[in-house]
Design a protein around this ligand. Structure first.
Ligand code: HEM
Length: 261
């Protein structure tokens, strides 16, 4: 583990140095996360007369890069895998999504602004994230004695909130809780949850996922481009086995057969 940690840090450090040098030479565009982080850090140091004790240290920047990669990469790719699996299982929804995509974008490259017009694709993604939320458990620990409903918890208690169980609970979602029914989100998340906190793919409260809009846009973009080019079905070798391994993954892979349109 230590070896991996050293290697990851060295790679990120290399990227940061390269970017810093390019920025100093006036070359780099600051239109990605690393650029924005370094740029705002540089400005804060400058505003404090070049005092390097303000702003983020190299370690802070490395940790930010790690958390964004870890929090953003596997979660989004798993969402896409499950979306493909579910659309392969539910061809009617695959056709509806493709019709929508083609009516908005035709065969053109999808543009960011029009992604908001994707209604069918959006409710499909909501339903995928309900059935297979990448983060299956939200964990917390009490720092001091804490009241939680009728409970009084001492400091140092580990709490786990199993998102999957809440998302699959018939009490919240009805007897069809385990079925893939994107239409339950047709009038938005609040209506689907009857205004209860029972849909938490991105967590809830002060630590809610800060990348949720980005993730949904990436997923919409990717699904749009796939639907424009292919129709797909499950391969006979696909074995349905959702399994937790940091995130909720198809244990034996998402075996699909893609057909060029
Ligand atoms: C479908 C994709 C994603 C899902 C399902 C997801 C889910 C979550 C969840 C459940 C949390 C809350 C964890 C907690 O409360 O303990 C979280 C936090 C976070 N997510 Fe995401 N996430 C996704 C994509 C992303 C992306 C793309 C980014 C960044 C580009 C990102 C960045 C973060 C960060 C930085 C936090 C921590 C926020 C904090 O603690 O203040 N996530 N995410």
């Amino acid at each position: 583990m230590k070896e991996v940690e050293r290697e990851v840090r060295a790679i990120i450090k290399g990227l940061i140095h390269k970017r810093e040098n390019a920025m100093k030479a006036g070359e780099a565009a600051n239109d990605d996360l690393l650029g924005i982080l370094l740029d705002s850090n540089l400005r804060e140091i400058e505003e404090h007369g070049g005092n390097k004790t303000v702003g983020m240290s190299m370690d802070d920047v490395i940790e930010e890069c790690k958390v964004f990669y870890f929090a953003g990469q596997e979660t989004t790719s798993n969402t896409l895998s499950w979306t493909m699996v579910l659309l392969a299982q539910h061809q009617n929804w695959q056709s509806r999504a493709r019709e929508e995509v083609l009516s908005i974008f035709g065969n053109n490259k999808p543009d960011f602004d029009s992604l908001n017009r994707l209604k069918v694709v959006t409710i499909i993604l909501y339903e995928v994230l309900r059935l297979y939320p990448p983060g299956i458990i939200l964990t917390r620990s009490t720092q001091k004695e804490t009241k939680l409903g009728n409970l009084t918890l001492p400091a140092g208690v580990q709490l786990a909130m199993p998102t999957t169980l809440v998302h699959h609970d018939p009490e919240f979602w009805g007897d069809d809780a385990k079925d893939f029914k994107p239409e339950r989100f047709a009038e938005g998340v609040s209506k689907a949850t009857k205004y209860q906190v029972s849909y938490l793919p991105f967590g809830w409260g002060p630590r809610i996922c800060m990348g949720q809009n980005f993730a949904l846009n990436v997923a919409k973009l990717a699904i749009t481009m796939i639907l424009q080019r292919f129709w797909f079905e499950l391969s006979p070798s696909y074995a349905h086995a959702p399994a937790p391994s940091l995130t909720l993954r198809p244990q034996h892979g998402a075996h699909l057969i893609l057909h060029k349109m």
